[in-house]
Design a protein around this ligand. Structure first.
Ligand code: 0A1
Ligand code: ZN
Length: 859
């Protein structure tokens, strides 16, 4: 197997302060599709913290650059003083003064930059992606986040006039025919640099900050897309207000810009004052976007905006500290969405996501701590563990110290560290100082990988209720031994009438410990309320207690969780008629008009196939994806039968009147109505209600709900054809057309369907959204099809990964990680998956990104 022999492992333990710092930089970019000239005039100075070590070589990162000229203080750097290699250049110490102006001219080719990192082109438009290490593909630079400086940028548009709009970070300080100059007054690391040039239109608005400053807001899109920006703009203004009210954080420039780009590896990027977004997380209209799309837009707009303080004003010292900005910013965007919508529903959605992505990561060969200690390619560490578990850790901290102390700690964090590049130690010190707590044990959450198991046993005797808790964390790669963690365990003890006998927060930090209460009756335990710690609970609960919690628990998370554990027991235990108590509880939920519709919809949904498979694997069995699919189908039918006429009544009574609005109430009713439609369709082989809904719907949410149900039942040929011809000019909508088929086509024909779709001309596989909409959706959303026992699903996906890797390593590596579950399956599937991974690993020119992932998967 070939892993990039030249790609060294980078270690946290090897961190050293930079040799040189930058006082300021002036960049001039003369744009040309294949020969863009970049001139960088950089004021360097020897880092005072290292000056006593004497002179040092000047090492600058650079990848794929053609160096045209280089001078120091106006004098060309002598040939023998400068050495270039594939990762950058070095100027020998003897030729480097302690303070100097470096000026270099480089040439790059944005049009042929298919990796979408650095300066690249997306359908005629120039744009950049510099996190984590894209700036070194633009010019030679100490490309690390602890080197921060102020940027002045001059952009000269391409000679043919095809890019009249020229944007960069900060404030516009001058412009004329074919050029523009921008100055960002805030010192920033290179990963926050951005440039956009193209034929673009702005949708504009204004925001008045708490202190009365006017901020110009612009969303830049392609001509024709202007009408689809209203929701993103609204979400932006709400985010700005929320950050002022909740964290006391005001925006700090005169303008805030967002640009929508069609070719983008990730969701969006928080470049200072110039956020660049994957267009799918900006553009929305009722006809083209679903409720889920609107929700993502709101969250991602908020996330990128919140980075302005948590990420940009205070950044990371090195990339090992990524969770410092990402965990905190995810936590903040989750708080925002919880405030804007229903907090209970939001928490369940966040836990579902955590389990589907992070628990899965933690259970396999890619498991790593929230703060990793080594990497080969940093782009591979933008993971669910860094983001989602990173956010959970902050949620636990907030629970432990309480909301007031949390707010004080954040105030101190902003005051103490504004303008700095920080570490997790800096972050925890702020909390220690404000709360007076010793957080050394809590800090293990940052260094120890794996999902802890929280085991609970209860006992009731002589009027005393005892809860015995114990915790273990299974071994993960490189970490065979684990130490106990601090677990905040929120709980309730319920009396037989549903009343609360006791409730509170246990701080459980030992390997095991017993807690006791004197009570008038045997209580029912509601454990881990609000999912107060990211753990797997092992607690034998009787069906009667489950049904009781599902009917009475006042905590919306544990109430929902009771239903979930019922469903998982049905789907993983011996097959037979479902427990009547479970079905009765679901009927009661369906009948309860006091429950929020969005919450009722969640209670009525079954666990995903992945969730069921993970549960089976957790007890040491190999899941059969086809069996899981079949049994889940059967349970759906049984639930539909139990609901009987109620499904129709729910369907009819939850029509949302008036024109489509994306607000949480309307979306919740549509979600509940969608559940009702699923039940109706489970009992209707012709799918007639779904067909009727598809035909009459005036919004994409109801259309996609209907189309998804039809496709999942092997129906919907006619609707798919009509959908395609109606939307063939709209890339984002056609992505949905690919996804629905890739993810939901029943197992017998899934591989053939995906294969046929991949041969279509409009399968523009170089576009990451389109690639993910077919290959990604199949590998991650259709387990029964992907894991077909003959291995054809694996082969298809790996064929495409091989093809994509030479163009776009980042997206390839991300998708390759979906094969990380291979050790969970039966020997036959394991052998097939492993053989495909080995085939990928053996490619002679495999990228560093994919090489690292595949290497870890096979290790
Ligand atoms: N910082 C961005 C995510 C992001 C990360 C890496 C990228 O390219 C490798 C692009 C975007 C965020 O958290 O939104
Ligand atoms: Zn982020």
């Amino acid at each position: 197997m070939r892993t990039d022999a030249h790609a060294p492992t980078i270690r946290l333990a090897d961190y050293r302060l930079p040799d040189y710092l930058v006082e300021s930089v002036e960049l001039t970019l003369r744009l040309h599709p294949t020969a863009t000239r970049v001139n960088a005039r950089v004021r360097f100075y020897r880092n005072p913290a290292r000056a006593d070590e004497g002179a040092a070589d000047l090492r600058l990162d650079g990848r794929g650059l053609t160096l045209v000229s280089a001078t120091i203080d106006g004098v060309p750097v002598p040939q023998n003083a400068l050495t270039e290699d594939s990762e950058g250049l070095t100027v020998a110490a003897a030729h480097v003064p302690s303070a100097f102006v470096w000026e270099a001219e480089t040439e790059i080719s944005p049009e042929t930059n298919t990796a979408l990192e650095g300066l690249y082109m997306s359908r005629g438009m120039y744009c950049t992606q510099c996190e984590a290490q894209g700036f070194r593909k633009i010019t030679f630079w100490p490309d690390r986040p602890d080197v921060m400086t102020t940027f002045r940028v001059r952009i000269e548009g391409p000679a043919d006039g095809s890019a009249p709009v020229l944007l960069s970070n900060g404030n516009l300080v001058g412009s004329g025919e074919g050029w523009a100059e921008w100055q960002d007054p805030w010192a920033k690391p290179s990963y926050l640099f951005a440039l956009v040039a193209g034929d673009l239109r702005a949708v504009e608005d204004h925001f008045t900050t708490a202190s009365g400053r006017d901020v110009l807001l612009q969303i830049w899109v392609r001509p024709g897309d202007e009408p689809r920006c209203a929701y993103a703009m609204d979400a932006l203004k709400r985010s700005m207000r929320w950050d002022e009210e909740t964290y006391g954080r005001e925006y700090d420039l005169d303008r805030f810009m967002i640009v929508a780009v069609d070719d983008f590896n990730m969701g969006a990027m928080e470049n200072k004052g110039l956020n660049i977004f994957n267009s799918r997380f900006v553009l929305a209209s009722p006809e083209t976007a679903t409720d889920a799309d609107y929700k993502s837009i709101e969250t991602i707009i908020a996330h990128e905006y919140f980075h302005n303080w948590t990420g940009n004003r205070i950044t990371c010292r090195d990339w090992f500290q990524l969770c410092l900005k990402e965990g905190l910013t995810v936590f903040r965007d989750q708080q925002f969405s919880a405030d804007e919508r229903s907090a209970g529903v939001k928490r369940i959605e966040d836990v579902l996501r955590l389990r589907a992505t992070q628990f899965r990561e933690d259970a396999g060969p890619l498991a790593h701590p929230v703060r990793p200690t080594e990497y080969i390619e940093i782009n591979n560490f933008y993971t669910a563990t860094v983001y989602e578990k990173g956010a959970e850790v902050i949620g636990m901290l907030r629970r432990l110290v309480g909301p007031e102390v949390y707010r004080k700690a954040l105030d101190l964090y902003f005051e103490r560290h504004d303008g700095q590049a920080c570490t997790i130690e800096d972050w925890l010190r702020v909390f220690e100082n404000v709360s007076g707590r010793d957080l050394s044990q809590f800090a293990r959450w940052y260094s120890q990988a794996g999902t802890p198991r929280l085991k609970a046993e209860t006992d009731w005797a002589d009027g005393k209720f005892t809860l015995r808790l114990s915790q273990t964390t299974p071994p993960t790669p490189g970490q065979p031994e684990k130490a106990p963690l601090v677990l905040p365990v929120a709980f309730g003890l319920l009396g037989s009438d549903g009343s609360t006998l006791e409730a509170g927060l246990l701080e459980f930090s030992e390997a095991e410990r017993a807690f006791g209460w004197e009570l008038p009756e045997r209580p029912v335990l509601s454990l881990l309320r609000g999912f107060s710690a990211p753990v797997i609970v092992e607690h034998e609960i009787t069906p009667a207690d489950r049904a009781f919690l599902l009917a009475h628990d006042s905590d919306s998370f544990t109430r929902w969780e009771a239903g979930r554990s019922f469903a998982l027991a049905e789907l993983t235990g011996p097959e037979g008629e479902p427990d009547p108590a479970y079905l009765a509880a679901l009927v009661a939920v369906a009948d309860d008009p006091a429950l929020d519709p969005a919450y009722r919809a969640l209670l009525l949904s079954l666990p995903s196939e992945d969730e069921v498979m993970a549960q089976i694997a957790a007890v040491g069995r190999a899941p059969d994806p086809l069996e899981v699919w079949r049994r889940r189908r059967a349970l759906e039918t049984a639930v539909a039968r139990a609901l009987g006429d109620r499904a129709r009544a729910l369907y009819d009574s939850n029509v949302v009147p008036g024109p489509y609005t994306p607000d949480a109430d309307a979306a919740g009713r549509r979600a509940l109505r969608g559940r009702a439609l699923a039940a109706l369709t489970a009992l209707d082989p012709a799918g007639s209600v779904a067909r009727a809904q598809y035909a009459s719907a005036d919004n994409m949410t109801e259309r996609m709900t209907a189309l998804s149900l039809l496709v999942s039942r092997g129906l919907g040929k006619k609707e798919l054809a009509a959908f395609h011809s109606e939307w063939r000019h709209d890339r984002l909508v056609i992505d949905k057309w690919f996804t629905v088929q890739a993810a939901l086509t029943p197992p017998e024909t899934a591989v053939e369907t995906v294969e046929a779709l991949s041969r279509r001309e409009d399968f523009d596989w170089r576009n990451p959204n389109r690639f993910r909409s077919l290959i990604g959706a199949f590998a991650s959303g259709n387990p029964a099809g992907f894991h077909r026992a003959d291995g054809s699903g694996y082969r298809l996906v790996v064929d495409w990964l091989i093809r994509l890797d030479s163009l776009n390593p980042q997206t390839t590596a991300r998708l390759a990680s979906l094969l990380g579950t291979w050790r969970m399956f039966d020997p036959g599937r394991q052998a097939l998956m492993k053989a495909e991974l080995e085939r990928l690993a053996a490619r002679p020119d495999l990228s560093r990104d994919t090489g690292e992932i595949v290497g870890r998967l096979l290790r």
